[in-house]
Design a protein around this ligand. Sequence first.
Ligand SMILES: Cc1cc2nc3c(=O)[nH]c(=O)nc-3n(C[C@H](O)[C@H](O)[C@H](O)COP(=O)(O)O)c2cc1C
Length: 316
Amino acid sequence: MSENSVKSPWPGPAGLIPVTNGKAEDANVYNRAFLDRIHVEMRIVDAVKPDLTTKIFGRTYASPIMMPAFSHLNQVGKDGQKPMVQYAEAAKALHVLNWVGMEPDEEYAEIAAAGADTVRIIKPFADHEVIREQIRFAEAHGAVAVGIDIDHVPGKDGGYDVVDGIPLGPISSEDLSAYVKSTALPFVAKGVLSVRDALKARDAGCGAIVVSHHHGRIPFGIAPAQVLPKIKEALAGSGMAVFCDCGIDTGYDAYKVLALGADAVSVGRGILRPLLQTGSKGVENKVKKMNAELSELMLYTGIPNTRSFDSSVLWA
Ligand SMILES: Cc1cc2nc3c(=O)[nH]c(=O)nc-3n(C[C@H](O)[C@H](O)[C@H](O)COP(=O)(O)O)c2cc1C
């Protein structure tokens, strides 16, 4: 798909973006509009039911739709329920890759004990010793990869953010490189939204990136799926895995992002309501429905497996 054809997701003259209020939520609205403007052509002759199995970090999973790197949800679980553990249980049952965000070691251990393959995403803590310790803890608890959400450095006061009273701080290329060298696990830079940062992650030795704006942390952020093809092209031959999230709520959304170049995608707030309402079963049902939608659109467009996505089916 040509870049120009998806330049502006807004109706009206090309490139004319309407006035917005400047809140970070704008990035989510823009992202939704971007995905909704993409349509697909049909390639049904010779098409067969697709195989959704997907290799990630050398392991085979049932689907390219993964869990999100959520956090803090045990604080809102009803009747002592632990949503962080419940979505890990759903990942295990669905045989998909699980991700976990900012959780203290004790809670991480409990989540890991659910038995799903898990990636631990650590905050860019100002105290780098905490990052190193959490990497070691994740290794000891069987994580399949570790990483940092590099898009969570700025706070709303224009300085470095503070989460749960813990100061965050900047992450340099040298820091990334040191973390990569400190572990035998693949290291993930989560929150890449430019070719420039993608190349820095590659040069630091990261095994993977998540193209993401963390559901709109950056005000007026472009859609992750919009910059994804350029990033994919820039990382060609690097061997890095390129994941993507933000606004993926249906299997049709997942299809578009996979066709734009993602190796796998995470569904974020799309699982939040079913998770908080009906626990792991709700998440399982949501992802099963998404898998069915993904399979449906792959069948309509003649994509036989998750290694065969083709952006030439997309129109905008
Ligand atoms: C409740 C909640 C907690 C989150 N915590 C983290 C976190 O600790 N680390 C992280 O990298 N991302 C975190 N995220 C962001 C998600 O991993 C993901 O990037 C984002 O939700 C994707 O956008 P979507 O919700 O539009 O799908 C969190 C998201 C939510 C909704």
